[in-house]
Design a binder for this molecule. Sequence first.
Ligand code: ARG
Length: 459
Amino acid sequence: MAKKPWGGRFQGSTEAEVEAFTSSLDFDRRLYRQDIAGSQAHARMLAKQGIIAPEEAAAIVRGLDEIRGEIEAGEFDWDPALEDVHMAVEARLTAKIGEVGRKLHTARSRNDQVALDVRLFLVEEVEGLLADLTELRRAGARLARRHFGVLLPGYTHLQRAQPVLFSHHLLAYDEMWRRDQARLTESLARIRVSPLGAAALAGTTFPIDPKFTAEQVGFPEVFRNSLDAVSDRDFLLEFLAHSGIIMVHLSRMAEELILWSGSEFAFVELPDAYATGSSIMPQKKNPDVPELIRGKCGRVCGHLLGLLMTLKGLPLAYNRDLQEDKEPLFDTMDTVKGAVRLMAGLLSNLKIRPERMAQALSGGFLTATDMADYLAAKGVPFRTAHEQVGLTVRFAEEQKKELWELSLEEIRRFAPQAEADLFDWLKIENSVARRTSPGGTAAVRVAEALARVEKELGL
Ligand code: ARG
C-alpha cells in the first residue's frame, strides 16, 4: 500500500474499506488534463513570484507534460491507494523528477486545486454542449425548411385546436433551444473565475499572484473571498439546472415524436436507425431513442436535486461532501450531450407524413375560431359570436358535416350576420394564412422566423 502524501501525522494505515469508500480516483481521473494544466499554471506563478526557482518550475512543467503523455498512452499506473487524481499525478511527478516535485504544492491546497479543475472541465464541456445545441437547432431548422408549407393541427389539451404550419411547430422548439444556449453562455462568466490562491480556506503566507495563475488558465476573473472560493459549487448547480431544462425540452419533443409515430397519429416515421424491434412482436418498431431521452430527463433532474441536498447545510469552507459533486456532473454532461446529439440525428432522418397530418385537419371543426373572428369583425360581440358558432358546430356535428359543408341558410339560423364570404374563412389554408399577427403561424410570419433562425445558425 502506497504511503499517503499526507501521511506525516498518521501512524496506522487506512482501512481498505475506508480507502474504497473515500477514493474518487475511479471518476476524477477524468480531470487529469485540467489538473495538469492548473498545476503548470501554479508552478509558473510560483517561479514568477520567486517562491521556487525558474529551473524548478521548468522541471515541474516538463514532468507534468510527460505524465499527460503517459496517461494518454494508457501507461499510467492509477494506484487506488492514492485517493484522487491530484495525489496520483503529484506522486508520479515526484517519482519522475525527485524532490522538486514536492515543491509543487507550495501555497496551494487540494481544495482550491479541485475547484479549479472542475471549473476548467466545465468550461470546455459547456462549449462542446453549446456546439451540439447549435447542430440540433440546425437539424430542426433544416427540417422546417424541407417541409415548409405542410399543415397539421395545433393542439391544446392534446385536443385538435387550430391548424398550424409544421415549421411553426418546430420553430417553437428552436426558441427553447435558443434560450438553453443563452443560459449556458451567460453562465460561463461565473464558471471562468479562478479559485486558485485560496489555498485550503484562508489564503496563504506566500506572496502569490492569483491573477497571473488565472490568466495562465485563460480565466478573466479571480475569486474575491478564499472561504467562498473553495466551497462554492453554485456554478455546478446552475449547470445541472440548465441541463435539467434542456432535458425537459428534449423530453417534450420526444413525447411528441412517440405519439406521432404511433399508428393513432402516424404523422411521422422514425428512421430505422433510431428505433428498435420487439423480441416477441414481429410487427413492432419501437421509439426507444425518444423514450430514453424522455426517461433520462428524470435522471438529470435528479442530479440537480442530489447536489442541492449535498450542499444544503454544509458549513464553510471545504468539506469532503463536496467530492460528491463530480459523478452527477459527469453523468449529466454525458447524458445531456448524448440526448442532444441523438435528437439532432433523429430530426435529420425523420420522415414526415403530410397526408396523415392533412387527414387530422378535418373533422375537428378547426376553423370554428375563424368563424367567430369573422362574426366579431362584422360587429357581433366576440362572446355572442362564440356562442353562435358553438350552436353551429353542434348542428354540424349532428348532421355529420364539416362547417363548410353547411348551407348559408343553415348557418344563418345560428349566426344571422353570416354572409357568403364566410366560407372563405372556413378553409383550413385560409385559417393559417390569416394568422399574420406577430409570432403567428401565417406562412409570411413563419418564413421570417425561419430566415432569422437560419441566419443565426449560419445556414
Ligand atoms: N477528492 C477531493 C474532492 O473531490 C479533493 C479535495 C480533497 N481535499 C481534502 N482536503 N481532502 O473534493
